[in-house]
Design a protein around this ligand. Sequence first.
Ligand SMILES: Cc1ncc(COP(=O)(O)O)c(C=O)c1O
Length: 427
Amino acid sequence: MNTHLETKALFAGYNPADNHGAVKPPMHPASTFVFPSAAVGAAHMETSYGVEGAETPPEGGFIYSRLGNPTLSVAETRLAAWDESDAAAFFARGMAAISTMLFALTGPDKPLWYVGPLYGGTQHIVDDILPSMGVSVKSMEHLDDLASVTEADGLPGMIYLETPANPTLQVHSIKTAADWAKRNSSKDHRIIVAVDNTFLGPIIQRPLELGADLNVYSATKYIGGHSDLIAGAVSGEALAMAKVFEYRTFFGGMADPYTSWMLSRSMETLQVRVDRQISSARLILDHIQEAPGTPVFGINKIYSAWAEDLEGSGDVRSAEIAKEQQANGGAMFAMELPGGRPAAFAFLDALNHIQLAVSLGSTESLAEHPASMTHAGVSVEEKLKHGITEGLVRISIGLEHPEDLIADIDQALQAACKVYEETLECV
Ligand SMILES: Cc1ncc(COP(=O)(O)O)c(C=O)c1O
């Protein structure tokens, strides 16, 4: 019988026999590691710097914690096990992971093509930093645009997407990007497909199985999962990962040993956390919709990445994509309330159990106002293009009892309703 992923990932990267039988991995804060001999030390360093003819010491081992660390290694082996990838790299932040990956794999001869919306930090790198380094950047409205690319457009070095996208859960077809990249890659010009998989984590959506080369994560979210660490990750195919590791060594953005230790621990409960978050989110989505796609309580519109909700709202194409690439729609959703910012703020201020804070994917449920918080730096036109109105609130479902969350949302909707009750019956 094949061992299930969650069983494999629980033990990946650590053997108790290496540490006096201790059932859990220790934390190694050491900055540097003693070489058994000068010859072994020299061989390690030469291998690490890619010196021609260097021989890798067969006994393995570590050199210096910017190049590698045993606690970081355990966490990376675990993420590679979850993703079933060739290798995984943890970083100090999601933005360190994204920037290092972009710098490693794009360049003046390797343009970046992306489909928006993107996380604000990524958008800034793409709009302002990559072009200043000579990387040409092209924004696509839809991945279907790839079908009409001509020779005059040239070829990208990377296609980058985020799905579902923040905050209105727009879905993009990973397979469309991956198939096109495979068809247009050659021996001399490889097109990498990188997917920011932060919203659905390694469990619900598995871009590598759909042909993507790299998964990118803000591990601050579901992978860390407790709002008590900041980290990022890239995970995927060996050759692309070699470049990512090379750039990480020199940019120095790896996760520190304490964060790595916390990440290893968090990944042991990833499946149970996500399972509970998903089932609660579904109950709540059912409660705030009479039927998928038909909001109640006077809510204007509900944004969800669940196929049934997308189908209910008439977005058949997105529903098909969601069915093809997601096990379900995850534990994030957004609601647009009539009454604009005053109604959205009344809702957020009335919440008791759900915490008013940015971020997502944690044990506690979180709610925020994208237009003035996570997307405050985005232009009004861009906000409206992506449905980020003043009445929009985004919610990330945690591990509280779902009945308590439903009661909390109901009473906050009542508070919001006071803002618009003259024009609408909202109960
Ligand atoms: C989708 C997405 N990608 C990347 C990031 C950046 O991650 P971090 O805040 O860990 O640097 C975030 C942060 O919110 C995000 O939501």
